[in-house]
Design a protein around this ligand. Structure first.
Ligand code: SAM
Length: 229
């Protein structure tokens, strides 16, 4: 079935508001509903890609909490927290570890308009020592209740929305055209519009076909391909 023009327009308008310079790195988060809720928030805020390290390199699972957001926010898996942090630093991100230690700063005191990655710890143990040492800055969300910490997905939402608030206030970094290369934009657009064809192209080691202005594939592909979005 061809992609409806209305659907193509919607996909483009969401992609145009994605930010490649705001992300989240999760360290050994175990519960599918937490990971699902985090990706759903990433989608809502406009995060292009998220990052994660899983215990014993487990395959992540999502549940209905995600509402399908895992299709719209690419989750990059890394072998270890050290590898993930090194990768993000090389990409120019400033890393903010979420910690309740005495060096941590109130998250409202910092500026997240530059390339920002929030590093979130595991449900039970929080951030590892290694992660805490490697991040650029430690931050916390002040708590006024009896319970010492927030659920990790709730903390992620507070931080991501604060970054979005700061960026919206300044009126910059909000348009993907400013911070996503044309090649990445076109690649993501194709994958969002035609995920099955994109997988087929990958398995055949070939480039994605071009799309015309109304989102139709400008190439005759084998009939076995389903053009479903
Ligand atoms: N006992 C753990 C500890 O001491 O870190 C609690 C872990 S908490 C349930 C799971 C994660 O949620 C934390 O590692 C952090 O990423 C995030 N988090 C929870 N409360 C937070 C807060 N008040 N400020 C910042 N991050 C918080």
């Amino acid at each position: 079935m061809p992609l409806l023009p209305r659907r193509f327009k919607r996909i483009k308008s969401v992609l145009e508001r994605r930010m490649s310079n705001l992300t989240i790195l999760t360290e050994e988060i175990e519960k599918p509903h937490n990971l699902s809720a985090i990706l759903r928030t990433c989608d809502a805020v406009g995060v292009l890609e998220a990052h994660a390290v899983f215990k014993e390199n487990r395959i992540p699972t999502f549940n209905s909490t995600a509402q399908g957001s895992q299709k719209w926010v690419k989750l990059n898996r890394h072998k270890s927290i050290e590898v993930a942090i090194k990768y993000l630093k090389e990409m120019g991100f400033k890393l903010y570890g979420t910690n309740l230690n005495e060096n941590a700063k109130d998250y409202r005191m910092l500026d997240y308009r530059g390339p920002t990655a929030f590093v979130m710890g595991a449900e039970k143990w929080g951030l590892s020592k290694s992660a805490s040492m490697l991040v650029d800055e430690s931050i916390f969300i002040p708590m006024r209740g009896m319970v010492q910490s927030l659920n990790v997905s709730v903390a992620s939402a507070a931080l991501l929305f604060e970054a979005l608030r700061q960026r919206e206030q300044e009126g910059s970094h909000l348009d993907s055209r400013e911070n996503i290369s044309e090649a990445l934009y076109n690649k993501t657009l194709f994958e969002w519009c035609y995920p099955e064809v994109a997988n087929w192209c990958k398995s055949h080691g070939r480039d994605y076909p071009k799309l015309n202005p109304v989102g139709e594939i400008m190439e005759n592909l084998p009939r076995t391909n389903k053009f479903r979005c």
